[in-house]
Design a protein around this ligand. Structure first.
Ligand SMILES: N[C@@H](CCC(=O)N[C@@H](CS)C(=O)NCC(=O)O)C(=O)O
Length: 227
């Protein structure tokens, strides 16, 4: 890693004259993990700029030009700048994966189901629940205390995650018969929930443990720690 916090990862075709065409900004959070994990699944050569939230690094003039939301992750691929973890992993898979591997092909029913799972995970398991806990627990000095909202978030998470558990009772993956970006997103969320003290039911725990064994997960997780 160099002094700017840039980690270079080996592989194939993204470096031109020493300049990386593909860069992922952000590290240390479950949401930045999404982007790094997908890059590793695809074996991409990219530059990782592991800036962290609330360090000031997401609010510099230069970074705000990339993402006026002042948030990570952000992907830069040539002249494309993209924020939002779900959009980033979908773009990476659409652009760099063999068709039909880590993302179902356009127009298929499985692609529609993939979209459904990503929306569900982002809204029901992240924004409405775990992130409410984050804001009013860990970050209560910024967002205020809200015990009633936390209780509702815990109940909401348990209710919604049970839908994923039920779905996985008879299958190994969320969509189709192999690993896709939907599993990547769900696993990251389950890891976050575990860090928050949620006890996953046995189906979900077993499912998560399986994904944690993926070499790309392990490598991305190590990188995303930012150490
Ligand atoms: N909807 C976005 C949320 C991104 C987000 O909230 N990122 C947080 C870190 S988890 C952030 O960058 N916060 C910056 C800051 O508060 O300084 C996504 O899923 O990618």
């Amino acid at each position: 890693m160099d002094k700017l916090g840039t980690t270079r990862i080996t592989v194939n075709f993204h470096e031109i004259s020493g300049e990386y065409m593909l860069t992922i900004w952000g590290g240390t959070t479950s949401r930045t993990m999404h982007a790094h994990w997908m890059c590793h699944e695809l074996g991409l050569d990219y530059s990782a700029k592991l800036i962290g939230p609330r360090t000031g690094e997401t609010h510099t003039k230069d970074f705000l030009q990339l993402n006026p939301k002042g948030k990570v992750p952000v992907l830069v691929d040539n002249d494309l700048v993209l924020s939002e973890g779900a959009a980033i992993i979908t773009y990476l898979a659409d652009t760099y994966a063999e068709p039909g591997t880590v993302i179902p092909v356009h127009g298929s029913h499985d692609r529609a189901r993939y979209n459904q799972w990503l929306s569900f995970i982002q809204m029901e398991l992240d924004a409405h629940t775990l992130y409410v806990m984050r804001k009013h627990q860990d970050l209560s000095h910024l967002y205020g205390e809200a015990p009633t909202a936390i209780d509702a978030a815990i109940a909401g998470f348990n209710k919604q995650v049970a839908v994923a558990a039920e779905h996985l009772r008879e299958r190994d993956y969320l969509v189709g018969n192999h690993f896709t970006g939907a599993d990547l997103m769900l696993t990251s969320i389950l890891q976050w929930a575990t860090n928050y003290g949620f006890e996953l039911d046995s189906t979900l725990q077993e499912y998560a443990n399986t994904q944690y064994q993926r070499p790309a997960y392990k490598a991305a997780s190590e990188l995303n720690k930012g150490g």
